[in-house]
Write a protein that binds this ligand. Structure first.
Ligand SMILES: Nc1nc2c(ncn2[C@@H]2O[C@H](COP(=O)(O)OP(=O)(O)OP(=O)(O)O)[C@@H](O)[C@H]2O)c(=O)[nH]1
Ligand SMILES: [Mg+2]
Length: 205
């Protein structure tokens, strides 16, 4: 009887596991973001920026943070690697789209990749955080410019969110200083817990 009750309590207290898909152009800072989050949110220390190399394929990082077990699927963003992003859409609960906000000559390319990903039906109902990374660099595009550029403000954005069944917001950040990362992720996990995506594919770890 005791083991039955303790088993029941254990199941009730078990945190759900969510898959966070981390995409964006090559050199946007995706792997640095994930490694810095590890340092900020867990007892482990993430890799130093100097030890991080371009991702070929997939990095998987797990962390217990924001009241959930999070599994980050950090994909390579080089042009030849973007074709595999959509293989992960159906099993992802939420999307962290990282942009190098200081690489102004690549913002149109980033927006095109962002639009292509969000147009996928397989990501319907998945909340999206657009992380405007590298805010520590001079000339980085700020929150209001980024939100406008990526179509995240106004009535059209609200209509898009309704059509997709989940919100999308922008957050300025820096993987090197850590600024903005925890605030952004907190928003994403809270949005995820309220989204239909949680019921669709959430599973206990
Ligand atoms: N100044 C600054 N540089 C950053 C920041 N984040 C990442 N970088 C640098 O940007 C470069 C690319 O970082 P990565 O994390 O490897 O980028 P990525 O998006 O994972 O790239 P791929 O794996 O090729 O898709 C590295 O030189 C990082 O040190 C940041 O917040 N500020
Ligand atoms: Mg990487």
């Amino acid at each position: 009887m005791f083991s039955l009750i303790s088993g029941f309590v254990e199941v009730m207290l078990r945190k759900e596991e969510f898959h966070i898909l981390v995409i964006g152009l090559d050199k946007a800072g995706k792997t640095n973001v994930v490694e810095r989050l590890k340092t900020l949110q867990t007892d482990a220390v993430g890799l130093e920026p100097a030890r991080i190399v371009p991702t070929v394929g997939l990095n998987v990082a797990r962390m217990e943070a924001f009241g959930a077990n999070l599994v980050f699927w950090d994909l390579g963003g080089a042009p030849g690697l973007r074709a595999i992003w959509d293989k992960y859409y159906a099993d992802s609960h939420a999307v962290l789209f990282v942009v190098d906000a200081a690489a102004r000559d690549r913002l149109d390319e980033a927006k095109a990749a962002f639009d292509r990903a969000l147009a996928s039906r397989d990501l319907g109902g998945a909340p999206v955080l657009l992380l405007g990374n590298k805010q520590d660099l001079e000339g980085a595009e700020g929150l209001s410019e980024l939100a406008e550029r990526f179509g995240l403000t106004g009535a059209a954005a609200a209509a898009d969110a309704r059509a997709r069944g989940a919100p999308c917001t922008a957050q300025p950040a820096s993987a090197h200083t850590g600024a903005g990362l925890s605030d952004g992720m907190k928003w994403l996990v809270e949005a995820l817990k309220r989204s239909p995506r949680r019921r669709l594919v959430a599973r206990a770890s």
